[in-house]
Design a binder for this molecule. Structure first.
Ligand SMILES: Nc1ncnc2c1ncn2[C@@H]1O[C@H](COP(=O)(O)OP(=O)(O)OP(=O)(O)O)[C@@H](O)[C@H]1O
Ligand SMILES: [Mg+2]
Length: 153
């Protein structure tokens, strides 16, 4: 059976807007879907990480929020952009992989270095995650959190 979903909101991601603002918007929607304190906090972190990546690596993009109705209730967050896409889509979920390389201990400590843990954290906090490069360029991240065991708190 195909998933049944309702699209709730499409928001442009643009330079100059704070990732936290997007996180708050999505958390308001997630609360209406039924997520409670812990799930809402996790969704906020996820949105902030994904929007930050768009602002850092792609300049601008789009955030789409869908309410999953069947087979299980939950939220789907899609973040797309018009940047260069992932150079190494099969490696970016590895913690410590940042800007095209696996960081050494020294680089981890270097000022202004990213940790390379954003997408790994998204994977841990959500029920599913898929990343891909779009055929016309740019990155697309699709991630779902279902209102199942452990996510009703
Ligand atoms: N939207 C995107 N477009 C192109 N490349 C991306 C995009 N998002 C992430 N990447 C690539 O994937 C790598 C890993 O991303 P991830 O968010 O896990 O770590 P990070 O942004 O390097 O560091 P952190 O999120 O811990 O501050 C990035 O360093 C970047 O090379
Ligand atoms: Mg990141």
């Amino acid at each position: 059976m195909n998933d049944l979903k309702n699209q709730i909101k499409v928001i442009a991601i643009t330079q100059g807007s704070a990732p936290l603002g997007y996180a708050v918007e999505v958390k308001i929607i997630a609360q209406k879907i039924g997520f409670k304190t812990k799930g809402l906090s996790e969704i906020g972190i996820v949105v902030s990480e994904l929007v930050t990546n768009v602002l850092k690596y792609a300049n601008k993009g789009t955030l789409i929020i869908q309410h999953i109705i069947q087979p299980e209730k939950g939220i789907e967050i899609i973040v797309e952009d018009e940047g260069p896409g992932f150079d190494f889509p099969d490696k970016v979920l590895t913690d410590g992989f940042s800007e095209g390389q696996l960081l050494t201990d020294n680089q981890f400590l270097a000022p202004k270095k990213s940790l390379g843990c954003g997408l790994g954290a998204v994977q841990r906090l959500m029920s599913s995650l898929s990343i891909e490069n779009k055929s016309n360029g740019g990155a697309r991240v699709v991630t779902q959190k279902l209102l199942g065991t452990g996510n009703e708190r």
